[in-house]
Ligand binder design. Structure first.
Ligand SMILES: Cc1ncc(COP(=O)(O)O)c(C=O)c1O
Length: 399
């Protein structure tokens, strides 16, 4: 008998044994600056002491109870999460992942409207379960079958979006800044136009804030960054700082159109994820936290514009480094890794993605600048080798 893991991921050549804050520590002691942040999950960085203490305390006190029993971390979470919301009355349902959070938002909108069509966008990524995959761009990880009609519109095309949002449409779902597509900013006026079209037709506007949320844009939520409030928003990844939690948040007006028992989850809303999510919400609300996100963003934008990079896009700590013509992301990513800096790639082969911990100190951007300078603008000569043959150069870490 054998067991092989499903062949889902191409893994990076990094033997990580520990992580601290913004740093990955390899088995041989080398340290890598992590500007990928566990793919937006490590909102407070790796090994945050408050989250660690909360996790241990909560595990010892009350690790898990059925959702049929109330518990104190739920109330602590509701009060802390509420403090960062856009104005209005909101309801939240707790599940386990981004895909599940999107499934629930779509299900609620379909149920509330009794309509059968969802508008989604080119380049979109919303997860891999059936409904989430149905609204994900079909050229990506979408399912071959969809549980409802999907009308796909080019991201940013106001005319096409207005034409698509008819009275058959239950929901319009989008990432306010598309991440996997290549950190694609919405053109000016696009989100406002979607809001207007949804208001005119009675469709629900759903922001997928799995990546843009939890403080990443320098505001708690993208709606506060862009000044457009959706009917639903969803999040996951950084919401509990490192353990699974999905959240479907709806205005009271939409939530009360749907019977509560439409939703349910065994693990979602348990004491452990909610105790951590309360801490993350409190951290986001703490004085200086979002100032740091904005300062670190400005530092990375400045540091990032050199060597192989032609332009920086995105907002806050969700940034795309657009490479000079002729360069492709994976070799540049590998060269940066040899210089001791981890960045991400995405579906656009000309873009590198940065989504570090929101606690990244602005001065750490100097390491990115040095690595980009070392890689250079042409990549025509082999990237500089680290002092350890074939490996990854160590960076000095001042924490
Ligand atoms: C924008 C967006 N939505 C949804 C998801 C799905 O989240 P999960 O992997 O937690 O199901 C992701 C995951 O990368 C995402 O980036």
């Amino acid at each position: 008998m054998t067991l092989t893991e499903w062949n889902a991921y191409v893994r990076l050549p990094l033997d990580v044994v520990r992580a601290e804050g913004d740093t990955l520590i390899l088995r041989d002691g080398r340290r890598i600056l992590d500007l990928y942040g566990g793919h937006c999950v490590l909102s407070l960085g790796a090994g945050d002491a408050t989250l660690g203490a909360t996790l241990t305390r909560q595990w010892n006190e009350l690790a898990f109870v059925t959702n049929l029993i109330d518990h104190a971390p739920r109330h602590a979470f509701l009060r802390a999460f509420e403090a960062n919301l856009p104005p209005g009355d909101w309801h939240v349902f707790c599940s386990n992942s981004g895909a599940e959070a999107n499934e629930n938002a779509l299900k609620a909108a379909l149920y509330a409207t009794g309509r059968d069509t969802v508008v989604a966008f080119s380049g979109a990524f919303h997860g891999r379960t059936a409904a989430a995959a149905a609204v994900t761009d079909t050229t990506k990880k979408a399912s071959p079958f969809t549980p409802f009609h999907v009308v796909r519109v080019p991201f940013g095309d106001v005319v096409a979006a207005r034409a698509a949002i008819t009275e058959r449409v239950a929901a319009v779902i989008l990432e306010p800044i598309q991440s996997l597509a290549g950190v694609v900013d919405p053109p000016a006026g696009f989100l406002e136009a979607l809001r207007e079209a949804c208001d005119a037709t009675g469709a629900a506007l759903i922001f997928d804030e799995v990546q843009t949320g939890n403080g990443r844009l320098g505001t708690p939520w993208a709606s506060q960054h862009f000044g457009v409030t959706p009917d639903f928003f969803t999040t996951a990844k950084g919401a509990a700082g490192g353990i699974p939690l999905g959240l479907t948040v709806a205005t009271a007006a939409w939530a009360t159109r749907v019977p509560g028992p439409l939703f349910g989850s065994t693990f979602g809303g348990g004491p452990l994820p909610l105790a951590l999510a309360a801490e993350v919400s409190r951290a986001i609300a703490a004085p200086g936290f979002l100032d740091n996100v904005r300062a670190a963003s400005a530092a990375l934008c400045e540091a990032g514009l050199r060597g192989p990079v032609a332009r920086v896009r995105g907002a806050g700590l969700l940034l795309g480094l657009e490479l000079k013509p002729g360069l492709t992301a994976k070799p540049v990513r590998d060269a940066l890794l040899r210089e001791g800096v981890l960045v991400g790639t995405c579906d656009d082969p000309s873009v590198l993605r940065l989504c570090p911990a929101l606690t990244l100190k602005p001065e750490r951007a100097a390491l990115l600048a040095a690595a980009l300078d070392a890689v250079g603008g042409s990549m025509s000569s082999p990237a500089p080798r680290s002092e350890v043959s074939g490996g990854v150069r160590s960076v000095e870490v001042a924490r």
